[in-house]
Design a protein around this ligand. Sequence first.
Ligand code: WT7
Length: 655
Amino acid sequence: MNTQIDNLLQENRRFAPTEEFAKNSVVTSSLYEDAAADRLEFWAKQARDLVSWETPFTRTLDWSNPPFAKWFDDGTLNVAYNCLDRHVEAGLGDRVAIYWEGEPGDSRTITYAELTDEVKRTANVLAGFGIGKGDRVAIYLPMIPEAVISMLAVARLGAIHSVVFGGYSSDSLRSRIDDAEAKVVITADGAWRKGKVSSLKPAVDAALAGKDGDTQGTVEHVLVVKRGENEVDWSEGRDIWWHDVVPAASADHTPEAFEAENPLFILYTSGTTGKPKGILHTSGGYLTQAAFTHKSVFDLHADTDVFWCTADIGWVTGHSYVVYGPLANGATQVMYEGTPDSPHPGRWWEIIEKYKVSIFYTAPTAIRSFMKVGRQVPQEFDLSSLRVLGSVGEPINPEAWMWYRKVIGGDKTPIVDTWWQTETGAIMVSALPGVTETKPGSAQVAIPGISVNVLDDKGNAVPNGGGGLLVVDEPWPAMLRGVWGDPERYKETYWEKFGDKYFAGDGARLDEDGDVWLLGRVDDVMNVSGHRISTAEVESALVANEMVAESAVVGASDETTGQAVVAFVIIKQSHLDQAEKIADITSSLRSWVGQQIGPIARPREVFIVNELPKTRSGKIMRRLLRDLAEGREVGDTSTLADTMVMKVITDQVQK
Ligand code: WT7
């Protein structure tokens, strides 16, 4: 591992912005100086320039009760007004907000005026269901315009959305609905994926039916968009078709202003325990940093650029760079419903050509899977409109970075590798494309106004060339405000380790220039295709299966997905005796996890073993299992209670 990283740090290719790019860049290096001179005043200026306030704020940051921050807290605003009405009022109503492309080839072009109308109607419908300030609405939708409309309609009412990724199971949906006590669920009959309609509504029905015949919980209404045209069950009184109520609703709706710290959304993400955390974000600070980063990191020229972020709205990237950042900035963007290779492997590149996308933001896992297929596919399309490429979700290896630049970017586009998290709300570490000389593989520097550092285990800053843990030194506008319903967990997870510094959970190194290289998670969180999955979550799904006595899960490196889930399980003897074939057990356990959590968590491999490697105090040594899963020689086993265990396991796995 370390030699690999040392090689990385010797990466000496550099790409400076061209003179022309630098000349037209929306920001210059003076931003770093402004931010260094007065960090809080810098953010106050961004908040005034990029956001419209109903009541201007006079206080920038209140950090009197750390780690609970308040930003701009005496100001009031309406987030949806900032993303919609104000652009229409400024005469930009005819500007395209969304070029939406459905997987089967249908498309919709939606202007800012139209989007504003739709959101107003939807807000009126939700208000009719009794939704108002502080209420929670769960959104379980595919990538269709109604997803964006729903989020903004909830925000417009001062209510809180909790978007649940459409690939999550009914159990995952139910636990999120219950944790947030959502009153309304917005879903669709089905969605297009890989050339077929996959249904969504049955998962909502199952979630609301509950497990042991309990009731639908806190949910009063389910609003259903027709997209898949598939048959669905209907619960009279509870379920309402979107098309029956939204078009008929009034398009008059006056946005009310809410305080800057009014909660905007909850988004669940995996932590080190089995129970996902509801990450809470609020309004003014979040919107400021989402808009600022969207503009400066992607060099957005809102009147000419076409932006495309490929993330699903079920992830934070979809929140900040499909919904809030681009729309607050009045940008024109592409939104695509389906998978990258449907109906043909060049679908994404075809979309870039069709809409002349100029800024493109995607994940390393996607880039690596395109590399596998080969450059001949993208080369069939005209990608010359591209001028900025972005990467997010996991470290991008230099080889993939170079391929991205050469094959997709025509060897001319700057690449911004953006490090951030669900918790940080918006980009924290990234190059600025018109300013920074970029380095393949490094996320490089904190953006202006953000302060990060790399510390050793004792909390001392490491010198250039050293490695340790990434922290954020100072509170930032888009920071999480807590874990929904669990302030203790918020303190423990992020603030206990270093006291006054935010512990991100990532390992990092600083190179000789002081640039940051991310090394992956240091906790029991896996990163599969840029999605966070905790080992504990998968383990608890496995032991919930009647065949499984015990399990240990590790993230093993994978050429395409970054990491892959690999599970080691002990099967109860009674089931081993019954089973026809071991292969049947492993494949049924793989699908079981897929059903319990969602297909993204399905293990790549399940190994059946008799024992797990444990320390004398009973802690599973996942490090050794990871060695095994990655095909390495197994490391130091001296702290195991039984040092022979790994040999037995290795023999079993290699059989
Ligand atoms: C974790 C956060 C940020 C939106 C998508 C993921 C990893 C994210 C990078 C990057 C190296 C990265 C980290 C982080 N990560 N971006 N550019 N380079 N690692 O959000 O699901 O909250 O996951 O993703 O490990 O902690 P998330």
